[in-house]
Design a binder for this molecule. Sequence first.
Ligand code: CO
Length: 142
Amino acid sequence: DSVPPVPAYRIDHIGIAVVSIDDALDVYRALGLSEAHREEVPSQKVRTAFLPVGESRLELLEPTSEDSPVAKFLIRRGPGVHHVCFAVDDLQGALDDLASRGFRLLHRSPVPGADGKQVAFLHPDAGHGLLIELSQAAAEVA
Ligand code: CO
């Protein structure tokens, strides 16, 4: 009964909190990575830049407002790894399953994320120090 009906099948991206995307890009460019696209995500009050790395990506997160969760993260913990995002095929199903197992969720239903995807975050306390995001490609939303 511990097998989830909606398993995570890939690390979609690793979210990294930065003060300035433009400043942070220097080191990633030096590693041969390049920015695929940049966009604001109003629901998270962040500007994001995605850098493909093989089948996965880095997501640089720069706050657009002082009350952005990422702004608070930068004050509390400084720049660095903010979250890991796992791709699932049925996000609502995964959230329902996690809730039924007693895990705390920040989002009980999917919200619009970057890159045209539907996303949801687990509560920070649920991940033993790691903030966990789940995402589903929008085209797959029923
Ligand atoms: Co993310």
